[in-house]
Design a binder for this molecule. Structure first.
Ligand SMILES: [Zn+2]
Ligand SMILES: [Zn+2]
Ligand SMILES: [Zn+2]
Length: 980
């Protein structure tokens, strides 16, 4: 049928039309979409869709409920969301239960400070009241964090997260302590632990950080008490001294021994009428430092073992200092304080760099000192109180703070003539993670989890030699393997990403001392142990602890403070030691890492939608000392297994120069600000665009590049959506075999990129997802495919099969793009999805990732790669012609190609595609080029410009009804009029 009047030509061109705006307007659009998801109850819908699918469990490491989120916290949660959403879209049932770490020192110190500002002291309040304020603080902080995490587009059980301070969780924490007791891995003993003088509590390995610190370095001489002839006859009758070196002069009052290596050679050399002993290898170095001259007369050389169990005298106190041998003594080596060595070892190593081969040993102030002191039966002597002051028994220095006492001690030794040399010494030294003050190593009675020993050896005697525990009632039937051995074997079974994680964790477990789990604090889970008021026997029975745990489950851990001991013990419980029924309660709480480490049991086993063990944990590298570590030990106590199958480590967020971000330094990128300006999507895309296995850099400039990348992806989606206007998939889809060849090429590209993206998601390599999608969008699509099909889409009759062919492929592309972006650009992918025709699911987050197409595309890509290579040459020639003002737009050009052989064959085969491929009006093909390839000539196109399609043609004006259009447009217009 022909209409009466000719059509308005402009209206016959199919211009793109879509509600998917070019400008994203994310800052406004995202909250609206969150509201939409809320109304849909999207997370529930996803859960329901996942029913019956295989489970995939990513277990959330709980962030500390204390402060607002920063870029690092946002990045951590976004990476987790990438995992949850991608595994969901791979067809797994992937619930997400977020958690919060609520107990511990940071909140306590915050609350204490807040009280101080109001002129109140912690001790003015009852423990219950203080705990209530801490709880309220944690609640407030976690609410604000939850709001921020939701704003980032993260879906999960936000209404029901796990809290380490919930009744159930506190009860499970106590039950896990019972489990350790049951396995014979708990003991109470006095051994050196990190101690913060300001916060007055023991600290775990994970709670110290290393900073540069200046200490006095001293060389001190200790007189030999034993007969020198016992070492070597040449020394008979001489005044012999042993030279030690230390950077902690304040530990010298606690010196009880000197340790040498049994196999090293030591030398005794003359200085005036005195004789000094140091390791032979260090004689020159020590003599140089101490100004003893260079022409030294060595009187004797002997192995360290010669000194074993001889006696020195303390440098100034009237008591012996035992000579001992230990394999841990070294002669040098760089200090490596950054690794998970404890302070004494880190310090020993650095000591030996400048040392003497004779190690000052204070069993109350160092791990190695403690171990060797125990072996030689020395007292674990620690004359330092909780605040770090010397106790009254310390002659000359009683009441002084240890760090303040360093200089007076040095002066005192100088006056006494026992100091050979002192200087300032810079080294890495452990500091408290909270208050940033240097910590000390100090022996106090603490609860420990034993890494090595069998449980019968763990009953530590108190000062009176009395057994303070009744663990003998709880002997396991078969003695368990040591916790360390089990941990080391489990580590090998875990998949660590990146692979260096396995070494890091192995070293961590190999070197760590017993786990000190007691803290002299209030805000946490109390160590549920009772002491007999009459005979001091400790009750740490699993059944009793579980009884207390049941009370926690009903009333929360506050019950420990609100009930007297009698109400917490099973009714009628009597002391096994003396039959008394009066009790006191342990006042220490458990290490917060014990709390959070319990999460696999308290959460994964408690919620029906989850299961133990988790498939994956993902956190920053600091968790090798923290959560990865405590979770592993608790997993072993619970089930003899690691609680995770895969552990992923992400890097830190740094500024563009690789420095840490600090608000005060002005280089911090604040998520809240970015969200307000550009949208959460930009932070998400930044996370995906950066390789998170390394440190991740961010700055305004970097985020601007990410925004540009976002725009490219958005424009790609918009082009596809705009050209799908009027396309009804059910009616208009063209079967694969009938598609235009370039459209099949685009499908081959789609299949290639889909495979790449699926593999990257599988391997948690989100940066490779982004790279693959970005390159696909910019190279294959924007620069090639979209460019080439524009003419067909715009100028062909709407229902023309060739146009439908392109649309068929565009729909596949837009659909796959939305799906593949779904886990990353959660808002934008959903918006794309909304604008696609006929989607079954109401949100992209209910859809699955695309499958790579199974069509056989082998022949296509290589053929088209050759055509695109020729195209690149042609486009270059066109550009040159444009610069030379020979032509204006490329449609004003005619391209003449000369080729031979296979190149000619290829071009001939695709002759009808070439004008579209080059976006020119005419292409002439001829024989003639000798080598492989084609010669290109550009000339002005023949004929006149068609008003409708802007191509040039000699046939413009053939049809008088539309005198200004070309023959192609004539055909299109005829089609349009017929279909009208
Ligand atoms: Zn501190
Ligand atoms: Zn008793
Ligand atoms: Zn035309």
């Amino acid at each position: 049928m022909s209409t009466e009047t000719p059509l308005d030509l402009k209206k016959t061109v199919n211009l793109p039309k879509t509600a998917f705006a070019q400008k994203a307007n994310l800052a406004q659009g995202e909250p609206a979409r969150l509201e939409k998801w809320n109304k849909l109850d999207l997370y529930r819908l996803i859960r329901r869709a996942g029913e019956g699918r295989p489970k995939f469990i990513m277990h959330d490491g709980p962030p500390y409920a204390n402060a607002d989120i920063h870029l690092g916290t946002a990045m951590n949660k976004i990476l987790k969301d990438f995992i949850i959403k991608s595994r969901t879209m791979m067809g797994f049932d992937t619930p997400y239960v977020p958690g919060y770490d609520c107990h511990g020192l940071p909140i306590e110190t915050f609350v204490e400070k807040a009280l101080e500002e109001k002129g109140k002291k912690k001790n003015d309040l009852s423990a219950e009241t203080f705990r209530r304020i801490c709880r309220e603080h944690a609640e407030k902080a976690l609410k604000s964090q939850t709001r921020d995490f939701k704003r980032l587009g993260i879906l999960g059980e936000w209404d029901n997260p796990y809290l380490t301070m919930s009744n159930h969780y506190e009860a499970e924490t106590a039950r896990m302590f019972a489990r350790f007791v049951e396995r014979g891995w708990v003991y109470k003993g006095a051994r050196p632990v990190y101690w913060c003088l300001k916060d007055q509590t023991a600290l775990a390995e994970a709670e110290v950080e290393y900073h540069q610190h200046t200490s006095p370095s001293v060389y001190v001489k200790f007189p030999l008490g034993s007969d020198p002839a016992l070492i070597d006859p040449a020394l008979a009758g001489r005044k012999v001294f042993l030279i030690i070196w230390t950077t902690t002069p304040w530990t010298l009052p606690a010196n009880l021994g000197i340790t040498v290596h049994p196999d090293f050679e030591y030398s005794a050399f003359e200085y005036g009428d005195e004789v000094y002993i140091v390791a032979s290898e260090l004689v020159e170095a020590v003599a140089g430092k101490c100004g003893l001259g260079s022409d030294l007369k060595v009187l004797a050389r002997f192995p360290g073992s010669k000194l074993d169990r001889l006696e020195a005298r303390h440098a100034w106190l009237d008591r012996p200092s035992l000579l001992m041998v230990g394999e841990h003594v070294t002669l040098g080596g760089e200090a490596d304080a950054e690794t998970e060595l404890d302070v004494s070892e880190a310090q020993k190593k650095s000591d030996h760099k400048a040392g003497t081969g004779l190690v000052h040993t204070a069993p109350g102030h160092g791990h190695d000192d403690f171990v060797i002191g125990k072996r030689y039966g020395l007292e674990i002597y620690c004359p330092v109180d909780n605040a770090g002051r010397f106790t009254p028994e310390v002659e000359h220095f009683a009441g002084q703070r240890v760090f303040d006492a360093n200089d007076p001690i040095v002066e005192f030794m100088r006056e006494k003539g026992v100091l050979l040399f002192s200087e300032k010494y810079d080294h890495r030294y452990p500091h408290c993670w909270r208050c940033k003050n240097p910590v000390i190593f100090r022996a106090t009675p603490q609860w420990f989890i034993a890494m090595d020993q069998a449980h019968t050896d763990l009953v530590e005697k108190d000062e009176d030699g009395r057994d303070r525990s009744n663990f003998t009632d709880n002997l396991p039937e078969t003695p368990a393997a040591s916790l360390r051995a089990a941990a080391l074997s489990e580590i090998e079974r875990v998949n660590w990403i990146p692979g260096w994680g396995v070494d890091r964790m192995r070293n961590m477990q190999k070197g760590r001392p017993d786990w000190c789990v007691s803290r002299q604090r209030v805000w946490g889970v109390s160590i549920p142990v009772f002491y007999c008021a009459r005979c001091t026997e400790a009750v740490a029975e699993p059944s009793v602890i579980n009884h207390v745990a049941d009370i926690f489950e009903r009333e929360s851990g506050d019950a420990w403070y609100t009930h007297p001991a009698e109400e917490l013990l099973p009714p009628g419980y009597t002391c096994k030691g003396c039959g008394a029924q009066e009790w006191t309660k342990e006042t220490d709480i458990l290490d917060v890492w014990f709390d959070s480490g319990t999460s696999s049991v308290a959460v994964l086993e408690n919620r029906p939608e989850l299961r133990w063990p988790a498939d994956v944990y993902i956190e920053g590298g600091d968790q090798f000392r923290g959560w990865f570590n405590s979770s592993l030990l608790i997993g072993i106590a619970a089930h003899d297994r690691a609680p995770y199958k895969t552990v992923i480590t992400h890097g830190w967020t740094l500024d563009a120069q690789g420095r840490a971000m600090h608000k005060s330094a002005g280089n911090a990128i604040e998520p809240e600000k970015v969200i307000k300006q550009s949208g959460a999507e930009i932070i998400r895309l930044w996370c995906a665009s950066t390789n998170y296995f390394d440190d991740m850099r961010a700055s305004d400039e970097i985020l601007q590049r990410v925004t540009d990348g976002y725009r490219k992806l958005r424009n790609t989606a918009r082009f596809a959506l705009g050209n799908l206007d009027g396309f009804d998939p059910a009616r208009d889809t063209v079967p694969y075999d009938e598609l235009e060849e370039i459209d099949r090429w685009a499908l081959a590209e789609l299949s290639r990129v889909t495979k790449e993206v699926l593999a990257a998601y599988e391997a948690y390599e989100f940066h490779n997802v982004y790279r693959a999608l970005f390159n696909w969008a910019t190279v294959a699509l924007s620069a090639r495919y979209f460019d080439i099909i524009k003419d067909r889409l715009y100028t062909f009759a709407p229902r023309n099969k060739a146009r439908r062919s392109a649309q068929t492929v565009l729909l596949e592309i837009a659909d796959a793009l939305a799906r593949m972006l779904g886990p990353i650009l959660v808002f934008t992918a959903d918006e794309i999805w909304e604008n696609l025709p006929d989607r079954a699911e109401p949100s992209i987050h209910l859809a699955l990732l695309p499958k790579a197409s199974e069509e056989s595309h082998e022949a296509l890509p290589s053929e088209w790669e050759r055509l695109f290579a020729i195209r690149d040459d042609v486009l270059r020639a066109l550009e040159e012609a444009r610069v030379a003002k020979q032509i204006g737009s490329s449609l004003e050009a005619k391209v003449t190609l000369r080729a031979s052989g296979s190149a000619l064959e290829l071009l001939q085969k695709h002759q009808s595609d070439l004008r579209y491929l080059f976006i020119v009006s005419q292409v002439e093909l001829g024989d003639g080029q000798e080598n492989e390839g084609a010669s290109i000539a550009i000339s002005v196109a023949d004929g006149e410009k068609c008003e409708r399609c802007w191509n040039y043609s000699t046939r413009v004006g053939e049809w008088e009804r539309y005198p200004t259009v070309c023959e192609r447009c004539v055909a299109a217009l005829k089609e349009i009029e017929e279909q009208a």
